[in-house]
Design a protein around this ligand. Sequence first.
Ligand code: SF4
Ligand code: SF4
Length: 165
Amino acid sequence: MRNKITSKMLVLKFPKETADQPVVVNLAKSFDLTFNILKARITPGQEGLMVMELSGTRKNFQEGVNYLKDLGVQVETIGQQVRRNDDKCYQCGSCTAFCPTGALQLSRPSMEVLFQPDKCSMCELCVPLCPPRAMEVVFNTSAVLARKRVLTTDDDKADLRPFIS
Ligand code: SF4
Ligand code: SF4
C-alpha cells in the first residue's frame, strides 16, 4: 500500500527566506517526485505562491510534503483535505500508532487524542484505518482555503481564482 501513487493539486506558500531557493527542484531530486507547475508568483526576498500538481509514491509524497513544511512552506491541497469528525471519534487512540507525522497524537496526561491539521501530510493512511471512519477526506475548496488562510492578499486571490472558481 505504501507504494501507491499519490497525485494532488497543491498550493504552496513560500516564506521570503525560501522564495529564491531551489525547493521544488529538490522535491524531484531528493524524493523522486514529479511536478507540474500551473501557476507561480515567486520574487526573491518576498513571499511566494505556487500552484502545482505533485505526484509520486505515497511514501515519497509524504516525505516531500514534510520537507516543505520543515522549511516553513505552507502546503494546502486544492479540493480535498483530511479532517476529523469529532462526533464520530471515540478517542480509541489507534490512529496515533500509524500517523507518520504526529498530526494525530496523544496529549498527556489527559490522554486525549488531538488532531493537528497543520502537521497533516494528507497521506490518508488514517482514513481507512480509523474504526468508526472519523477521519474523512472532504472536498470543499472555498471552505478549506478560507479556513487555512491560504488566501491572505488580493493578489493571492487573483492568482488562484482560475483554480478555485
Ligand atoms: S482511530 Fe479514529 S476513533 Fe480512534 S482516536 Fe483516531 S480518529 Fe478517533
Ligand atoms: S492523513 Fe491522517 S495519518 Fe496521514 S498525516 Fe494526516 S492525520 Fe496523519
